[in-house]
Design a protein around this ligand. Sequence first.
Ligand SMILES: NC(=O)c1ccc[n+]([C@@H]2O[C@H](COP(=O)([O-])OP(=O)(O)OC[C@H]3O[C@@H](n4cnc5c(N)ncnc54)[C@H](OP(=O)(O)O)[C@@H]3O)[C@@H](O)[C@H]2O)c1
Length: 290
Amino acid sequence: MAAVRIFVSLLVGLGAYYFYNQETLSTDIVQGKRVLVTGSSTGIGEQIAYEFARMGAHLILTARREKQLKEVAQKCLELGASSARHIVSDMNNLTSAHNLIEETSNKLGSLDYLVLNHVGGSGKFGPFQGDMEAVISSLTVNFLSYVQLTTSALTMLQESKGSIIVISSLAGRIGAPFALSYSAAKFALEGFYSSLRRELHLRQINLSVTVAVLGYIDTDSALSTVGDKMTMTASSKEMCAQEVVRAGILRHREVFYPYWSLKPLILLRDWVPDLMERLLDTFYNLENIL
Ligand SMILES: NC(=O)c1ccc[n+]([C@@H]2O[C@H](COP(=O)([O-])OP(=O)(O)OC[C@H]3O[C@@H](n4cnc5c(N)ncnc54)[C@H](OP(=O)(O)O)[C@@H]3O)[C@@H](O)[C@H]2O)c1
């Protein structure tokens, strides 16, 4: 009975918090703002670019594949972007990450939103075989390049009183079997950006840091990597991008998508970690993994 009361109170509390956060958003805030979206040749990054484009932002898109970037840039213009340019860059190289910000500064003059979204280099989804190269490349692409981009863009972002939007994952809050290198990078991101947010606050620097904690999203790459290995249903990448951009513009500290699957799990992690992990274990299709 006590457990039911706690569960109901938890749901009521979460519901109240969820609706409290549903402030309305005036899209004019973003008109003419300067936005860099990494990993925007496809997937969630592409959809985030379209969200900013609809609100009239100046966009810089970046990833490694130029043809895809050109197509996304063209669509951004059709959707209403004030401008849309692309820079080809590989985030496995930290000098390239620094140069990307230099080039962004040359093209846009400054920066209002830095959206850190790219992902790669984590190796195969499967049992950890001690592949150190995958660990190093995952930490470089999925963590160190994020830090390098932030470091290089910090002065511009401080001057514009801008925002950093960091795309994280449930795998950055709860250990993720078969994706150890990826999970390690996401945990590192969570530590760095939550510390940065607090430090900026203590130093009274008006620069917001929004961390987006995402569940399973229906991008082509996620579906092809884990589609036959996880039994859960993927959520919409378009809706995901809307929620992430909205939270970033409203300068929220965190956003969870899909909220109702993730938030209760993260709360349960602190109360009943064993139960929560056993629940998550049921989503792995081990026959297709091992
Ligand atoms: N989809 C999910 O289920 C899910 C769940 C939780 C969190 N997330 C997070 O959401 C974000 C986007 O995921 P997604 O599913 O949209 O991924 P995605 O479709 O695979 O897109 C990844 C993007 O990163 C770029 N990229 C990959 N390696 C790169 C490199 N070395 N240098 C520069 N760019 C690189 C890719 O473009 P190029 O190949 O052209 O370089 C692409 O634009 C990631 O941070 C991911 O961790 C996704």
